[in-house]
Ligand binder design. Sequence first.
Ligand code: HDE
Length: 682
Amino acid sequence: MDKPSSNKNSKDLHLEQFRVNNEGEKLTTNQGLRVSNDENSLKAGVRGPTIMEDFHFREKMTHFDHERIPERVVHARGYAAHGEFELYESMKEFTKAGFLQKPRTKTPVFVRFSTVVGSVGSVDTARDVRGFATKFYTEEGNYDLVGNNIPIFFIQDAVKFPDLIHAVKPEPHNEIPQAASAHDTFWDFVANNQETAHMVMWQMSDRSIPKNFRMMEGFGVHTFRFVNENGKAKFVKFHWKPVLGIHSLVWDEAQKIAGKDSDFHRRDLWESIERGNYPVYEFGVQMIDEADEFKFDFDILDATKLWPEEIVPVKIIGKMTLNRNVSNVFAETEQVAFHPGNVVPGIDFTNDPLLQGRLFSYIDTQLIRLGGPNFTEIPINRPVCPIHNNQRNGYSRQRIDVGQVSYHKNSLAGNTPSPSTAKEGGYVHYEEKVEGRKTQVRSESFGDHFSQARLFWNSMSPPEKQHIVDSFSFEVGKVKNRDVRQQVVDMFVHVDKAMATMIADNVGVNRPTGEQSGVTATSPALSQANTKYFPQTLNVGVLIGDGFNADEVDKVLKTFTRYGVRYTIIGEKLDEVKSSKGPPLTVNAAIFTTDPVLYDSIYVVAGTAGNQAKFNQQMTNFINEAFQHYKPIGIATTGMSIFKASNAKEGPGIVFATGNPEFGKTFVDAIAQQRFWDRAIY
Ligand code: HDE
């Protein structure tokens, strides 16, 4: 496996000049003056007052006082990594975008994943939409695909975005709850803005509690345009498909992880990259001819609608590999500035009113967040190609533009820098014909809010449907206002009557009387049950004490390694566990510092410990919890008595070593399956 440090691309080389390693250096002020004392401020007498003259104290403290910048108003909590995008096949027929012309072309990328609602210090596993923003550093300038892990959105027109966000953020009078949509104002917004129906179905599904960033899809959401060399356009939607499949947490697990390891997702991304398990996503496009714009029973400009993959197939055209962690989270992850308006020739916009509004918002927000118009000069935001224009000055300007001339047109500099024609790579906006009266109405073609919400419901597997009912019940069950709870149930009856009735019963309101949408179609691509399953990179907690059976355990651990399964040795305390023969095993985590919710599976070897009764109880708790979360559990021959002491029952996903010569492989197959929904847990 490649080592992260060897993954240098043109953007890395660009960044290199800004990296500073202070190790082994002498301490200086920002003026470069060597500092003689960093322990004591300058005082008038040993026990006297500090004096103003102490410029080192003042500089250090002033800088510290200004260390914070405003967090993003949405998507504040995020984590990012570098990587590269590689094209599989030429897209020349459809787009003139330079990075999509020649197969095997590699383009450096920077990707930031985020939650939407929580503050920067909130938890990773909140039920929320995940941001999936990619900056492609192309030779024609930066192209940003600022997407989410859900293919649609809550609202149809950008003017409603501040209302949506005000409703979902903590309520203003008491700033509660943090990073959660389970409160009155969010559901009041939902019920009174029924265009949210489809997105809320996704949000109540397993999609909003991804297992990690590596097993999560990404979508450009809006309809964009591809434009080729001849000026011919196609409508396009963008997709990221994780090669490891789409996998989620279960809600109880997600809530517990929030307390046990609030950095769960960022830790997974960081450690996977450090370990060489690089996240890989394939890049796909759905395309529709301009002539077919009105052939669908939804409006392709409506961001609350998806294009079912069975009707408009996803063409896979490349892959993205994230292969290097950031060097400094503030400099890179925090200061990166995405903008859906950062495009390259060959990629263009449509009149989707949500997209049009975003084209305004992103630069506007960077101006306040990054303190002025020169944020494009921050290393992470700089393109890898040259920049020449007549823009000048502003806070923290880095460039030193030389010369007398800073205007267009001019004769003193030979009218340079000069615009380029389309042939020379100049960006020419697609000449879409536009006609109409100025008006503030919503297109009637945006009026159907329930057909695709029902399509989504129809496409879910029985466990997925149960999770949706459970999460609605949890979220709406936290709404204090009975009228709002009733409105929500009365709204979602239009998706499915049985679903809304179950929710009504759970949240203590009247059963709804309305009727569900008549849609009977399904879209199998929407169900995670149809995803891929692999054992690779999944993490098994090995519960083990002294005196284990070395031959048996060694064989199982080797099988894990052969199939790329990760394992963490969990003992009574850090140090080592010993068997009757062979080398000891190093304990990676003491059992009292970790928790079953942090593992994909557990392998119960058991053994002796200093406080045997306590260790046995801790292992039993691990089994109970993993069992409740439908996880595969492997029981070594020496682990039987601990298993018997637990609440777990023999059945799906419980694999015993006793009498099973193929235990290792059977267990790995169970690990790949990840959850055993047909297990009876109550
Ligand atoms: Fe954003 N969004 N958004 N958004 N968005 C921001 O920009 C906005 C929308 C998305 O990791 C902000 O730099 C409006 C859809 C991501 O840095 C802000 C509307 C989608 C990120 C903003 C939307 C997104 C943002 C806040 C309604 C999926 C994080 C900080 C029209 C396609 C990017 C910032 C990162 C961030 C505005 C809706 C994705 C305020 C007005 C739809 C992934 O400008």
